[in-house]
Write a protein that binds this ligand. Structure first.
Ligand SMILES: *Cc1c(COP(=O)(O)O)cnc(C)c1O
Length: 427
């Protein structure tokens, strides 16, 4: 082990506390220190190279060190790194808001509220939905409806919309009033008074990410929009994971021509470069907040609309055009389906492949179809083995996530699947 690696891992084990991490097991292991990236690849402090198989926790879009994104940050640094959005406008935020709204028909989503990450995008939508009811004479309508096994972030409000019991149950009573449903049938069966008391319903459209990459039935999103229109419940779409091309279209809601009342974007917004979020909403909702000062939306964060984040987000949207990212992605989505079908055929323990666009979950079970005992951490062991074959990714329980950056080429995708193939054969 190199001296640097030893120094960094010792300081990590002594002073750092990692997200979603049982620290005792972490400090007993040997963490990789990631020091460099380029395109779809990452390098650790020992000089080993890996394909970034989960886009650095679902964030990276066009690859690491993309010249256009790097240049956008550098150019913005030549002007200023951060200025307050409370009391001042900034050029990049103006340009970015205009560009984001242009993805939707005029008169629909036309206002952008910036924040810092997926959780705060959700948090701001929740608060806006509650205040909207207060401003429109329905103050008691402050509940939410969410879906079983959903994940919407970790701040208290966003976490209360979460349906993953191992993460969310212990904080349940500290958040919003939330009714959980399994799907459209259960939603339609809810007593009328639940809908009448609900400010909004929230969903990860097309596919639930943290719920082991589980796609919703086709047409479900459009049905949900119709139910919202019929009941007057507003629709919050959490596209924190699905946004920016991941599903094969720019946004998941484009697949079913659905326009939400609130659209939450984060992870891929900056191409995976900087923490930043945007929540888009309609002119109708915006207008309700006009009038005397007491109607204003008193919410914000110190780094709201950070110019570096806005600059790199603009550059990322530019690359979608100059590199025709979505057009080039379509054959790659087909290739991923074909390669993963072959992987399944070769390994009886691959129980199911769940794919939506360029996102896949590969569920591993015992050969007889029963799940591995949780204590075996089988999915994690497969991912650790895959490192030796040049692939970095993480499982969600025993579902291995494969969602490399959208810039991943055919040979790179084959490399990733082949690493999983070797890892499965030796675990
Ligand atoms: C990651 C994620 C969030 C939370 O975003 P953070 O940036 O981690 O706060 C919310 N919703 C979905 C669907 C996510 O995947």
């Amino acid at each position: 082990m190199r001296d640097d690696t030893r120094r960094w891992t010792e300081a990590d084990k002594r002073h750092c506390w990692h997200p979603f991490t049982p620290q005792a097991a972490w400090t007993a292991g040997e963490p990789l220190v990631i020091v460099r990236g380029e395109g779809a690849w990452l390098w650790d402090s020992e000089g080993r190279k890996y394909l970034d198989g989960n886009s650095s926790i679902w964030t990276n879009i066009h690859g690491h060190r993309h010249p256009a994104l790097d240049e956008a940050v550098r150019r913005q640094l030549g002007d200023v790194a951060h200025t307050s959005y409370l009391g001042f406008a900034n050029p990049r935020a103006s340009e970015l808001a205009e560009k984001l709204c242009a993805f939707f028909p005029a008169g629909t989503l036309e206002r952008v509220f910036f924040s810092d990450d997926g959780s705060t995008a959700i948090e701001s939508a929740m608060k806006m939905a509650i205040q909207f009811r207060q401003l429109t004479g329905e103050a008691g309508r402050d509940g939410f409806i969410a879906f079983d096994q959903a994940y919407h972030g970790d701040t208290l409000g966003a976490a209360s919309l979460g349906g993953v019991s191992r993460f969310h149950d212990r904080f349940r009573k500290h958040g919003a009033e939330v009714t959980f449903v399994a799907g459209m049938d259960a939603l339609k069966d809810l007593p009328g008074e639940v809908a009448a008391k609900a400010a909004a319903v929230v969903i990860e459209p097309l596919i639930q990410g943290v719920n082991e990459m589980r796609p919703w039935p086709a047409g479900m999103l459009r049905e949900l929009r119709q139910w919202c229109d019929a009941t007057g419940v507003q629709l919050i779409l959490d596209e924190v994971m699905t946004g920016f091309g991941r599903t094969g279209r720019m946004f998941a809601c484009h697949h079913e021509d659905v326009i939400p009342d609130y659209l939450c974007l984060a992870k891929g917004l900056t191409g995976g470069y900087l923490p930043m979020a945007a929540m888009l909403t309609t002119g109708r909702i915006y207008d309700a907040f006009l009038g005397d000062d007491s109607r204003a939306f008193y919410y914000g964060h110190s780094y709201t609309a950070n110019p570096l984040g806005c600059a790199v987000a603009l550059a990322s949207l530019g690359v979608f055009e100059t590199e025709q990212t979505l057009e080039r992605l379509q054959p790659m989505i087909a290739r991923m389906a074909e390669r993963l079908a072959r992987l399944k055929a070769g390994h009886p323990r691959v129980h199911e492949i769940r794919q939506c666009g360029f996102v896949a979950g590969i569920e591993i079970r015992q050969a007889d179809g029963t799940p591995f005992p949780a204590a075996e951490h089988f999915g994690a062991r497969v991912c650790t083995a895959a490192r030796d074959h040049g692939l970095l990714t993480r499982p969600i329980r025993d579902t291995i996530v494969l969602m490399p950056p959208l810039c991943t080429g055919p040979d790179e995708l084959d490399h990733a699947v082949s690493a999983l193939d070797h890892a499965l054969a030796t675990t």
